[in-house]
Design a protein around this ligand. Structure first.
Ligand SMILES: NC(=O)c1ccc[n+]([C@@H]2O[C@H](COP(=O)([O-])OP(=O)(O)OC[C@H]3O[C@@H](n4cnc5c(N)ncnc54)[C@H](OP(=O)(O)O)[C@@H]3O)[C@@H](O)[C@H]2O)c1
Length: 247
């Protein structure tokens, strides 16, 4: 039976690569970003490249609960039962602690933390209606910056750290009910987002490789009986601090 996946933050970077990876593997794909034009352009590309799949594209700011509810409802009605949710949309404000405003903190937590929480609130009850095992898979895209101090990263790292704790507890709460939850910790990936940290693309993972690893992990869990990969950590082999590596 065909499976359908929902991917947030899908028009650029890792999200875009994820959409292509799942479409190439024959999944139906529901996706969103904050920009309507970009969503429609990606939809047209996909229909042309992989016409055998079904797609649902919609503008959805994951910081907005009403938009999330509409997006999930229409995606479920259009594609039928979704099996996988990938909470990929994310952004950061990178500055010294005292320069980060209360509004910055609220925006970062709204997108990077509350967005995934609200999407899970909408989708998990629907996943539980699915037949078979697993009934649903949630993959939350986090960051390796949670594990180490990076100057200027405090708000972003705190939001992804909260996402990590949420993912672990959600996994424990739902593992016996057929829902797998995976926290995906990423090192540096060559996207527009990571340019502020280093312009040297050669040192970073490619969005394509990351998307292949994430989609293959999802496929593995879909095909397994009693297996949930609760943590997936993807890291570059050439970090800037490696011997002989010059930025
Ligand atoms: N790149 C890295 O080195 C790296 C490392 C660790 C973790 N990550 C994580 O990986 C994820 C993807 O990052 P990326 O590097 O691919 O970023 P990116 O190139 O900036 O792409 C982000 C995507 O998310 C969408 N987006 C942003 N805010 C959104 C919102 N509120 N609602 C819906 N969509 C939204 C963007 O489209 P619009 O702006 O048009 O909405 C865009 O399609 C993020 O969660 C990021 O924290 C990235």
């Amino acid at each position: 039976m065909r499976s359908a996946v929902m991917i947030t933050g899908a028009t650029r970077g890792i999200g875009r690569a994820l959409v292509y990876a799942f479409a190439r593997k024959g999944f139906d794909v529901a996706f969103c970003s904050g920009n309507e034009e970009d969503c429609l352009a990606l939809l047209e590309e996909l229909k042309e490249r992989y016409p055998e799949n079904r797609y649902f594209a919609k503008t959805c700011n994951v910081a907005d609960e009403a938009q999330i509810k509409t997006f999930v409802k229409l995606a479920w009605e259009t594609l039928g039962s979704l099996k996988i949710l990938i909470n990929n949309a994310g952004f950061g404000v990178f500055d010294a602690f005292t320069n980060i405003t209360a509004e910055d903190w609220q925006r970062i937590f709204a997108v990077n933390f509350m967005g995934p929480v609200l999407l899970c609130e909408e989708l998990i009850p629907l996943f539980l209606q699915n037949e078979g095992y697993p009934k649903g898979i949630v993959m939350n895209i986090g960051s390796f910056s949670v594990e180490k101090y990076v100057p200027g990263n405090i708000a972003y790292a705190a939001s992804k750290g909260s996402l990590k704790t949420f993912s672990e507890d959600l996994f424990c709460e739902y593992r016996t009910r057929g829902i797998c939850v995976t926290y995906v910790s990423l090192g540096s990936v060559n996207t527009g987002f990571s340019k502020r940290f280093s312009a040297n693309a050669d040192l970073k993972m490619t969005p394509l490789d990351v998307a292949e690893a994430v989609s293959s992990t999802a496929e593995l869990m879909l095909g397994a009986k009693n297996l949930c990969i609760s943590n997936l950590e993807l890291r570059t082999t050439t970090p800037p601090e490696a011997p002989g590596v010059k930025e």
